[in-house]
Design a protein. Structure first.
Length: 403
């Protein structure tokens, strides 16, 4: 586990207070799945694929939508803020005003890992991601400056806000996708930058340590590197924000459970994509404590950059879910799209949790409505209703999907 000491005081951080989430145990399903299409039905392929994805996840990912715009500014290689009006040499490939239009912290994700024979220590996998609109490419590394696009996680003891440890996410833990031209600024592209910690963070850092009677705060941040050379070592653009407090994650309307995307190979020759619920195999069914399962997920997809959103209206197998065609699935449902015009797309998924106020109706033919039912609320501090509505959803990007 690589720690970060030189960035210990980097200002590109966002404070996220993460509260108790307790799993008393995990029942592991038989995950020796075969996704070979030969001789299998669509449903068999979908189930095998969902099992394999669940195995790779190592648990049930919980997504906390944020949609929070960050301040952006130039820094040097040590994270010290610089004034581009004074310091930037435009001959190096970046002008004085080449900052991104925006860097938005999209969401924070945590996945509880129960432990297994090869890795017995339980803990959480952490992932967070940004969308960056820039007229410069976001690149993994800049060889001429010796810098890289990195993510940071710092842990602070809440008793006096005392620094405990920190981690750097770099190399294979960073995934950069060019989502294409920014529809609001044709000179820019939007870059989705995802930071995925490859080893678990100890459970106590998220749930608190009952022996020491201590709780902790995680602070996350990022530094983005482009390909131009800058004077005075102005290598990177960080993002920062302070004071965001995430939901506890105990109630389903405080989070969004991540469904499982079913790629086109599940449906050979049919030009379709599909979706599965967040836990079709009930792989972690013993939650304990006050953790509550979600009743339904509302899931939609877009193939035109979010201009239009579509439900997965057709069941992949028999189901008694009468509102699947309205975009609602349960954790064990499998659904698929209508046929899509052949082509290569960036598929965007969006999803949010729902909980009925009076229990799941039987038969399941009545969609939830708020109030009295609730859904994940996203970031209620955003200034406009349109922004708050957008932030209720969690988003997932799948570039270069050939359908």
């Amino acid at each position: 586990m690589k720690t970060l000491t030189s960035h210990k005081y980097i200002t590109a951080i966002i404070a996220i207070a993460v509260f108790a989430l307790v799993f008393n145990g995990c029942k592991k399903a038989d995950l020796k799945a075969d996704t070979n299409t030969t001789g299998s039905s669509d449903l068999e392929r979908a189930k095998a694929h969902a099992q394999q994805v669940s195995k790779e996840w190592g648990g049930l990912p919980e997504v906390f939508p944020m949609q929070q715009k960050m301040d952006v500014y130039w820094v040097d290689k040590n994270g010290v803020r610089k004034d581009p009006k004074v310091s930037v040499n435009s001959a190096g490939g970046c002008s004085n005003y080449d900052l991104p239009d925006y860097a938005t912290l999209l969401q924070f994700q945590r996945t509880y890992f129960c432990g297994n024979a090869s890795s017995p220590t339980p803990g959480y996998f952490i992932q967070f991601e940004y969308n960056v609109s820039w007229n410069k490419p976001v690149v993994p590394n800049n060889a001429s400056t010796g810098t890289s696009t990195d993510g940071y996680i710092s842990v602070y003891d809440d008793n006096g806000d005392v620094f405990v440890t920190d981690y750097t996410l770099t190399g294979s833990e960073v995934v950069i996708n060019d989502l294409g031209t920014d529809p609001n600024n044709s000179a820019n592209h939007i870059y989705n930058v995802k930071f995925k910690k490859s080893t678990v963070i100890p459970t106590a850092y998220l749930n608190g340590d009952p022996i020491l009677n201590t709780t902790y705060t995680l602070r996350i941040g990022a530094t983005f590197v482009t390909d131009c050379q800058l004077y005075y070592s102005l290598y990177a653009v960080p993002v920062k924000s302070f004071g965001f407090v995430g939901g506890t994650g105990l109630h389903p309307c405080d989070r969004n459970d991540r469904p499982i995307f079913q790629e086109p190979f599940i449906f050979p020759g049919q030009h379709k994509i599909g979706i599965a619920g967040y836990d079709p195999s009930f792989s972690c069914s013993e939650y304990g404590g006050s953790f509550i399962r979600t009743d339904l997920q509302q899931v939609q997809y877009s193939i035109n950059g979010g201009a239009n959103w579509f439900n997965f209206p057709n069941p992949t197998g028999s189901t008694n879910n009468g509102i699947m065609n309205q975009g609602f699935i349960r954790n064990f449902d499998f659904a698929e799209s209508v046929p899509i015009a052949p082509g290569t797309y960036t598929v965007i998924l969006r999803f949010k949790n729902w909980k009925y106020a009076n229990g799941i109706p039987n038969p399941l033919i009545t969609p939830p409505t708020a109030p009295p039912d609730c859904h994940s609320a996203g970031n209620p501090t955003l200034p406009t209703q349109a922004q708050r509505d957008y932030a209720e959803w969690a988003y997932e990007y799948w570039p270069l999907i050939t359908i």
